[in-house]
Design a protein around this ligand. Structure first.
Ligand code: SAH
Ligand code: SF4
Ligand code: F3S
Length: 453
């Protein structure tokens, strides 16, 4: 096999961290001379970057893997890699389950893909799941978008939410240095990117593990300081961050977001449940009153802010009245977007062992009722955009209508408008004429380029 006949395929499951890791792994593979192919059946190297947050996410991985494992019996030069959170959770057990695998690698090892593959190409079956200090990424990621980029700022999670596998699979918090983050963003600005999203499972924890304290006893490096540190990077016009944890969300951060023009008015702050007993059992470390206060403060200083969150229904022991408290919170706050999920017991988490697990029927019923309310509220929230002129960063063509472009408002609402693809990467002004629950339509009122609409 010659170097240029080597083709790789990556399928990514799960969250933005996995997407960011996949982009870095794709960059490493291209550095090794591999070329990307959409079709896994056409690839010599297939990598599944996996998610185990809920049981259905994990099962999906096994069905994909099974197909490639069978293909390996006909195509001996196929290299099969499982990366990400299922890899970390299952480790060697995955090799017993799928002996055709060449490499099982946890998320902390993503930047080491080249070294690990070298061992594979030398004839070894490799498992890399031991906890390590994450090496600074020196590769060039192959990013999906040319407009908006993910930038990891903190890996791992030190929380112990009783339902969640993430700390087990992503390891302890490791913050990247502000210099490394800034350098990456400066390079993105040079390459023409307009927007960055700073990523962490618990981004409010940024900097806690870095050395230094201020005279007032605060950590020297916090998310607020980081936003200030990267704010003046030339070319970058928008800065976002996710995911925020209500336990650590500060007024200082709200003030910085209101003050810094590039920081977009969008907050993703999962609340998980609107009931204090359930929040306690989840070990979330806040009450619904505190959560409401945070949203109130955000709306006081940024009335148009987009607010999104995650919530779980059917946590062990959740009564109908406790679930009603979640509905009440959603009704009162009116999220722009809410990711909802039925509780799924996960291996190695405390809540999975508790009695009082709810039946699938109860969970499905609550999920459906919550989703119904969510779309009603999101449609109501969307109305505030009608007639307004919004700044939209143009990302790509509308995949369903080639005469339209698609972008996002500062509040993160997806927006469609008639326009040509030269507008990609520009911030344009769009007058909103139609508002649906989760997207908007409008027409262009101002752009830098002459446009044919
Ligand atoms: N770090 C983020 C979320 C990470 S996981 C936070 O603290 O909010 C993404 C979402 O998946 C969570 O917000 C939660 O709503 C959901 N989730 C996590 N574990 C789950 C489980 N066992 N069952 C159902 N949903 C779960
Ligand atoms: Fe999971 Fe909680 Fe950490 Fe979020 S904060 S990743 S829910 S343990
Ligand atoms: Fe899934 Fe791992 Fe993200 S479990 S949600 S891919 S951190």
């Amino acid at each position: 096999m010659t170097a240029n006949s080597r083709r790789y395929h990556i399928t990514t499951f799960g969250c933005q961290m996995n997407k960011a890791d996949s982009e870095r792994m794709a960059g490493i593979l291209e550095g090794m001379g591999f070329e990307f192919t959409e079709d896994p059946n056409d690839a010599n190297l297939v990598l599944y970057n996996t998610c185990t947050i809920r049981d259905n996410a994990e099962q999906k991985v096994y069905s994909y893997l099974g197909r490639q494992a069978r293909r390996k019996h006909e195509q001996a030069d196929l290299t099969l890699v499982v990366a990400g959170c299922v890899a970390q959770q299952e480790g060697e057990a995955l090799l017993r389950r799928v002996p055709e695998l060449d490499l099982v690698m946890g998320p902390q090892h993503a930047n080491r893909l080249a070294d690990l593959l070298e061992q594979v190409f030398a004839g070894n079956q490799v498992v890399a799941t031991e906890p390590i200090h994450i090496m600074e990424d020196i590769t060039k990621p192959r990013r999906d978008s040319q407009v908006s980029a993910w930038v990891n700022v903190i890996y791992g999670c030190n929380e112990r939410c009783t339902y969640c596998v993430v700390p087990n699979v992503r390891g302890v918090e490791q913050s990247r240095s502000p210099e490394a983050i800034r350098n990456e963003i400066v390079e993105l600005g040079r390459q023409g990117y307009k927007e960055v999203t700073l990523l962490g499972q618990n981004i409010d924890a940024y900097g806690r593990d870095l050395p230094g304290v201020t005279p007032e006893g605060r950590h020297l490096h916090t998310l607020t300081d980081l936003l200030r540190c990267v704010h003046d990077v030339p070319g970058i016009e928008r800065i976002r961050f996710a995911t925020s944890h209500p336990r650590y969300f500060t007024d200082r951060l709200i003030a910085a977001c209101a003050e810094l023009p590039k920081v977009c008015e969008h907050f993703h702050i999962p609340f998980q449940s609107g009931d204090n007993h359930i929040l306690k059992a989840m070990a979330r470390g806040y009450t619904h009153e505190k959560y409401r206060r945070i949203i109130h403060h955000i709306r006081q200083s940024m009335p148009h802010a987009g607010i999104s969150a995650d919530a779980i229904v059917g946590f062990p022991g959740e009564t109908e009245a406790q679930f009603q408290n979640t509905l009440d919170l959603v009704d009162e706050i009116g999220f722009d977007l809410l990711n909802t999920a039925a509780y799924s017991p996960r291996p190695g988490t405390p809540a999975a062992l508790w009695e009082q697990q709810l039946s699938d029927e109860v969970k499905a019923d609550r999920l459906q009722r919550l989703n119904h309310l969510v779309s009603i509220k999101a449609a109501e929230r969307s109305q505030r955009y009608l007639g307004r002129i919004e700044e939209v960063l143009v990302e790509e063509q509308n995949p369903k209508d080639a005469t339209q472009m698609m972008g996002r408002t500062r509040g993160n609402r997806i927006t469609f408008f008639a326009g040509a693809s030269e507008l990609k990467g520009q911030i344009v002004k769009v007058k909103i004429t139609e508002a649906r629950a989760f997207s908007l339509t409008g027409h262009l009122v101002e752009a830098k380029l002459p446009v044919s609409v």
